[in-house]
Design a protein around this ligand. Structure first.
Ligand code: FE2
Length: 339
């Protein structure tokens, strides 16, 4: 087994292609009207498009057409995890790399409004990944303060994956050129990763890894402009009679320094409102280690995350359209903490 220390010290791949950032998620929901009310009215996202069975949304700052797809289905699940690449040629180079790893890939032309050629792939753990370059650019509404509602949500920030094999997942993502900003590890000479934060854009992360039963989507995170926006969102949710959707926080993360709150949408999908992390783009930016025994890592103020936060996540629809089978994790952050 590779220890956490060995993993984070290993060189990060510098592939020929350039993945720019995590860019969208598709969540399957049971009632589009109920979900639209949650995301557009309560949280204040912009509706970009509607089709017969889906709604496309974005944040107020975003110039790409959409960053969240809600599609009607009988069973809630996460169906697509989207990443933008630098150019069309990056898609071909990436496809060749994934195929060389023995991973299934195929091409889809414009599967959604406003998007171009899409490379679909399954990662080694069952996550349905999608990569694209072309997405219609729209006029930003960043300064339409007169129209904004909710927090407001400004842009997509990251995905967090509940993964039973965090070391293997860490190697897969660093193999695609993702760098580690921070990680949580058990103590001792055989230290193990219980969580990792991996980035392409120069912030703390595009992909977070949380050790646990999976593959599942732990949460989708959206950027808000300031700590007060997190509090404003909670006030508005409570005033509208929806205080029960607030699962964890508001608070300050130790990891990432972000001010955050975790919400559960009408189908149980976990959403994080996230602000105030930091720049990571310098080439010699070293991963920051946190011990599982440091109570400040998950919440800087020392508050433990509730068990639901460790145990519940969105099921994953695999590339075959079936819910991915689950595997228990060999490591659980909560049981690694010494009393
Ligand atoms: Fe997060």
């Amino acid at each position: 087994m590779t220890t956490a220390t060995e993993l984070v010290r290993a060189p990060v791949a510098t592939p020929a292609y350039d993945i720019v950032r995590a860019a969208f998620a598709e969540l399957r929901v049971r009632d589009l009207g109920v979900s639209e009310h949650f995301y557009a009215e309560l949280l204040g996202m912009v509706v970009a498009a509607r089709t017969e069975d889906a709604i496309y949304l974005r944040g107020w700052e975003e110039r790409a057409h959409h960053s969240l797809v809600l599609r009607r289905a009988e069973t809630p699940a996460a169906a697509r995890l989207g990443f933008r690449v630098r150019g069309e040629e990056d898609l071909d180079l990436l496809a060749a790399d994934l195929e060389a790893q023995g991973l299934p890939t195929h091409w889809v032309d414009a599967p959604d409004p406003a998007i171009g050629r899409v490379l679909r792939a399954a990662d080694p753990f069952g996550y349905p990944l999608e990569f694209f370059h072309v997405m219609q650019q729209v006029e930003t509404s960043h300064q339409r303060f007169d129209l904004q509602r909710g927090a407001p949500i400004l842009r997509f920030d990251h995905l967090n994956l509940h993964t039973p094999r965090p070391e293997a997942a860490f190697r897969f993502w660093t193999g695609l050129g993702f760098r580690c900003s921070e990680y949580i590890a058990t103590d001792g000479p055989e230290d193990r990763i219980t969580a990792g934060w991996l980035f392409r854009k120069p912030t703390v992360h595009d992909v977070g890894l949380t050790a646990g039963r999976g593959p599942r989507l732990h949460h989708t995170a959206f950027w808000v402009g300031e700590s007060a926006a997190v509090l404003r969102a909670c006030d508005q949710l409570a005033a509208a009679g929806h205080a029960g959707v607030i699962e964890r926080g508001p608070g300050r993360h130790g990891v990432s320094n972000a001010f955050f709150v975790y919400l559960r949408d009408p189908d149980g999908h976990r959403i994080e409102l996230y602000s105030s992390d930091y720049y990571t783009g310098d080439p010699d930016h070293e991963p920051l280690r946190w011990s599982v025994n440091d109570v400040r890592c998950r919440s800087f103020w020392g508050t433990r995350a509730p068990d639901s936060w460790y145990e519940e996540s969105s099921l994953i629809l695999g590339p075959d359209g079936e819910v991915a089978g689950l595997e228990d994790s060999a490591v659980d952050e909560r049981t690694e903490v010494m009393a």
